[in-house]
Write a protein that binds this ligand. Structure first.
Ligand SMILES: Cc1cc2nc3c(=O)[nH]c(=O)nc-3n(C[C@H](O)[C@H](O)[C@H](O)COP(=O)(O)O)c2cc1C
Length: 445
């Protein structure tokens, strides 16, 4: 039997960076109407998909030209709501699909997050995943009292301690502690309720968690670090790893780096799946799909592209000289503690270390990155299934894919469920019904 894929939708950007205005996108709803998300949840569950993922950021981009105006005007990375109440709504209209929620271990406190996720795991009956991020953007950091980004690797040290505290809290009450015995009046057995007494470099938490253990006890832990230290943190605690790669070669490389890090952590790489973010445009004809891919490039003006890139890379691209080398620029970016493996790093590799380009050329590459043009595959269901099967094998046949950056919501989600998934099923690559009740069971963790 061929290994099966796991499939998710990334709904972080359905309304962002111009996608809301694609023809037929967000019809009948205006963000942040929860109805749009509930519709997608029903569609995804019809296809037996594993999970809906919600990425997050909490700042409004203000690096480009030192101003937030372009971001505010064009909807770059904003508006963005906390998705936890939305997940509650989606969980009430579905039974099986899981929900991945993002919080920052650099800005949040583990007690609050552990408690919130425990409650969400109850409300959704065991369908919560936690995507923990270190946060690389200064606009986010500024809202939590930081003038500068915390040192890159230190953010990951804090993340590991953050997760250790969360796990300790989730385990602080034993699963059978609660009695709710009407006759005696006993609520819980005190011998099964344990303080944590955590004292670490970043956190002091006495515990226990003042809640009832949840169906999954620990939500599914997800991490998406791409740097060597980020991958090390994934290997340290993540159940599932998210990754983004714009070539099969980059996919294989990330898988190999993760496997090595997992082995160092004494974990079995065969048991840890990666979900690679890809964008697919599936239409009945190749011509139609390819035309839609080209149209994606026209959705954003240059100032919006520049605002997005400046925020994500932590560098004001309004100040670029007439010619420059992206590889040299990336050294400056990494020195400010933004991610060393972001867009400029990838571009430098693509065009060759030391190659010089102009700002116009830079923004044309940037446009392809912001719109996800480069990692968008467009074609018929059979062509897209071919691409996914090949990529699945390159990525080690463990995990699967997260469909990201759909230009048209919910059209592209419907196409995946009604055209691509049936083709993957015909090839024995995707489930026809959910195997379990909780997200962990369905992800086979
Ligand atoms: C699929 C995917 C989803 C991500 N989601 C978020 C997110 O919601 N919020 C965020 O701040 N960063 C997000 N990131 C960024 C990563 O957490 C990480 O910071 C990035 O890959 C750079 O790696 P590094 O931190 O190891 O340098 C995401 C990355 C990927 C590949």
């Amino acid at each position: 039997m061929k290994p099966k894929m796991h499939l998710a939708f990334d709904l972080s950007k359905t309304h962002l960076e111009g996608r809301w205005r694609s023809p037929e996108s967000w019809m009948g709803y205006t963000y942040p109407d929860p109805g749009q998300f509930e519709d997608i949840a029903r569609i995804a569950e019809r296809g037996c998909m594993d999970m809906l993922f919600f990425g997050d950021g909490t700042g409004v981009a203000s690096t480009y030209g030192g101003s937030q105006d372009e971001a505010a005007k064009w909807g770059v990375g904003w508006p963005r709501h906390d998705m936890s109440p939305y997940i509650v709504g989606m969980s009430r209209v579905t039974k099986n699909i899981g929900f991945g929620l993002t919080y920052s271990s650099t800005f949040m406190h583990p007690f609050y997050v552990a408690r919130l996720l425990n409650s969400l795991d109850h409300v959704t009956k065991g369908r919560i995943a936690f995507n923990v991020v270190a946060s690389t953007r200064r606009s986010d950091a500024a809202n939590y009292g930081f003038d500068e980004l915390m040192e890159h690797d230190l953010r990951y040290e804090r993340m590991e301690e953050f997760i250790k505290v969360c796990k300790g809290l989730w385990d602080s009450v034993e699963p059978d502690a609660f009695k709710w015995d009407r006759a005696s009046g006993i609520v819980a057995d005190p011998a099964k309720v344990h303080a944590l007494h955590h004292v670490g470099k970043f956190f002091r938490v006495r515990g226990p968690l003042n809640t009832v253990p949840s169906p999954q006890r620990h939500p599914v832990l997800v991490q998406a670090g791409g740097s060597p230290r980020g991958i090390q943190a994934s290997a340290n605690f993540a159940d599932v790893i998210f990754a983004s790669a714009n070539s099969f070669q980059a996919m294989a490389k990330h898988r190999a780096a993760l496997d090595e890090a997992l082995t160092l952590e004494k974990r079995d790489p065969a048991k840890v799946g990666m979900l690679f973010a890809v964008s697919v445009l599936v239409e009945e004809t190749e011509h139609e799909a390819k035309a839609r891919r080209e149209a994606v490039l026209n959705i954003l003006p240059r100032d919006a592209v520049a605002s997005y890139l400046s925020d994500n890379c932590g560098y004001d691209f309004s100040k670029l000289p007439a010619r420059f080398s992206p590889s040299e620029l990336n050294i400056i970016i990494a020195a400010t503690n933004a991610s060393p493996v972001g867009f400029v790093h990838k571009l430098a590799r693509e065009i060759g270390e030391g190659t010089e380009i102009t700002p116009d050329e830079f923004f044309e590459h940037g446009r392809k990155m912001v719109t996800d043009y480069e990692r968008t595959y467009a074609g018929t269901p059979s062509q897209m299934a071919d691409v996914l099967e090949e990529a699945f094998e390159v990525g080690g046949s463990r995990g699967g894919f997260m469909f990201a950056s759909a230009p048209t919501t919910p059209h592209d989600h419907i196409q995946v469920v009604d055209l691509l998934i049936p083709e993957l099923r015909r090839r024995g690559r995707f489930r026809t019904e959910y195997e379990g009740k909780t997200l962990k069971e369905n992800l086979a963790l």
